[in-house]
Design a protein around this ligand. Structure first.
Ligand code: AHM
Ligand code: MG
Length: 340
């Protein structure tokens, strides 16, 4: 056995070590965020294991319920939701939980109550479960003032007020991407250690990309700026090469690729869904937060996504996010449309 190599492994930057380092920059901090994050990490590890075992354990299949959006719920969605709710409540650091799977917000009672509000989609991309395509957990975190009584308005806040956001992708590897407001870092689960290790430090999205990502099956219902943009991707008039299309239909995987390789991810409004499909609090906001922190942009068709003020916890919004220059182009098309 190579003991020297093993000893070297203790130098690894684990996610806990990373968050403790960040915490030490704030001497007034009492470590509450570190504890909350370690419970989120535990939830991610649990769901990762369940996703990996799903085929074997016959977990795959309908649970026989529909969620608040009227979609079929799979067993893994139900399980993941329970895992995260329990992990978050037992952290003792949360006061309000909003999950895609629960119609109402959960208010955590004392003595388990803390100052953080967590909005999350415990298992996004559920239509991909049965064929083994990457799926993920998405989360965003708000904080309330110490000693305040939590109220629903504490989560009905613009995404720019989040104190942290991230996602965990259950794919060929399990990758957790996190921002606490000072850049974006990616951690990969080392199954032999059971620890997330910093593998993608300080992720910056390329300023311009070569990929666009959209469900083109909805094209007949798109508005003019979206249709024009996709046309430009395929038939550029300025001599630049056409972009490649990549669409997994699993937001975490599509956004992860966009973050690493650059490009643009679109889930626009269309005639059938005037507010798009994706949910503001736990899909649009966390991904927009990460994009901005990585140097990209996120736009709703009307303005900066993180400026949106949601009225309802399950509200939806159109979304265009990715490389700075690519989002700039779609913004220009919407601005031109408004001039008409
Ligand atoms: P879900 O929360 O029910 O899983 O739906 C969200 C998913 C996203 O992961 C993905 O970006 C989108 O739905 C794909 O939608 P579509 O199949 O309409 O292209
Ligand atoms: Mg979802």
């Amino acid at each position: 056995m190579d003991h020297a190599a093993d000893a070297h492994r203790t130098d690894l930057m684990t996610i806990t070590r990373y968050v403790l380092n960040e915490q030490s920059k704030h001497p007034e901090s009492r470590g509450d965020f570190t504890i909350l994050l370690s419970h989120i990490v535990l939830g991610c590890k649990f769901v990762c294991t369940a996703v990996n075992k799903a085929g074997l354990a016959k977990l795959i299949g309908l649970a026989g319920e529909t969620n608040v959006q009227g979609e079929e719920q799979k067993k893994l969605d139900v399980l993941s939701n329970e895992v995260f709710i329990k992990a978050l409540v037992s952290s003792g650091r949360t006061c309000i939980l909003v999950s895609e799977e629960d119609e109402e917000a959960t208010f955590v009672e004392p003595p388990n109550r803390g100052k953080y509000c967590v909005v999350f989609d415990p298992l996004d991309g559920s239509s991909n479960i049965d064929c083994g395509v990457s799926i993920g957990t998405i989360f965003g975190i708000y904080a309330i003032e110490d000693g305040e009584e939590p109220k629903i308005e504490d989560v009905l806040q613009p995404g720019k007020n989040m104190v942290a956001a991230g996602y965990c992708m259950y794919g060929s590897s399990c990758t957790l991407v996190l921002s606490t407001g000072s850049g974006v870092n990616g951690f990969t689960l080392d199954p032999s250690l059971g620890e997330f290790i910093l593998t993608h430090p300080d992720i910056k999205i390329p300023k311009k990309g070569k990929i666009y990502s959209v469900n083109e099956g909805n094209a007949k219902n798109w508005d003019t700026p979206t249709a024009k943009y996709v046309e430009k991707c395929k038939f550029p008039q300025d001599g630049s090469p056409a972009k490649s299309l990549r669409y997994i239909g699993s937001m975490v995987a599509d956004v992860h690729r966009t973050l690493l390789y650059g490009g643009i991810f679109l889930y626009p409004a269309d005639k059938k869904s005037p507010n798009g499909k994706l949910r503001v609090l736990y899909e649009v906001f966390p991904m927009s937060y990460l994009m901005e922190q990585a140097g990209g942009q996120s736009f709703t068709g009307k303005g900066r996504a993180l400026d949106l003020l949601p009225n309802k916890i399950h509200e939806r919004s159109p979304i265009f996010l990715g490389s700075f220059d690519d989002v700039e182009e779609i913004k220009a098309l919407y601005a031109a449309e408004e001039q008409k």
